[in-house]
Design a protein around this ligand. Sequence first.
Ligand code: SAM
Length: 240
Amino acid sequence: MSGIYDDKSFFCDYAKMERSQGLEHSGEWYQLEPLFPALKGLSVLDLGCGYGWHCDYAARQGASRVLGIDESSLMLSEARRRFERPPVTFRQLPILDYEYPEGEWDLVFSNLALHYIEDLAAAFSKVHRTLTRGGVFLFNIEHPVFTAGVRQEFRSDEEGLYWPVRGYFSEGARTTSFLGHSVTKYHHSLSSIVDSLLDAGFSLERLVEARPSVEALRADERLRCELERPIMLIIRCRRT
Ligand SMILES: C[S@@+](CC[C@H](N)C(=O)[O-])C[C@H]1O[C@@H](n2cnc3c(N)ncnc32)[C@H](O)[C@@H]1O
């Protein structure tokens, strides 16, 4: 048993989310996909791979070797059932416990898992070490504006909906409600995320604050509130 994703009731609720149905069902994919390097022949490590959607994507794009790691046995059993075949393999272990061999991977990827890590600086320096020279680190983390407060919900006043940002500079654990379950994540300020990357030796290439696409907004009016604040922060950087 490790973490909320091994709680059966949470796992079932997570499975029902729209984004759990595949990459095209996650609102950020249209902004994330163009940031991948050309994957043909690359070795790819996915941190907190969940069901393994991005591992499968990398394999379909021609990656030569793909390893997904995740601490949850329930998530990994889904990943194995769906996608474990060459060149994709999975391992069950916490992100910080992987060995991160020097110069092993051309791309290290992580989608919506790093906000579960308290010591981001440690994770970034391990990732830096395990990348080949010129290798890319591409990740999507919950945005600091979203993670700052404990009550992650909109409020409204006479001007309409707004998102309260509390305790921005108090970094650390936040126990919030996600899918009706109590979940602990870690809030890191934008400067501490970027400084930790630069301190680890990365060159920053892209920083994207994810937002719904024009098409998604056209198709679903309810997404308009997502323009009030970003939920996700996508960063691409490189070991030079
Ligand atoms: C929101 S899901 C995202 C899954 C997948 N990356 C995706 O985008 O479909 C977060 C995943 O991170 C994993 N996770 C959270 N903390 C972790 C840790 N410390 N070590 C390994 N996996 C972790 C969870 O088990 C879960 O599968």
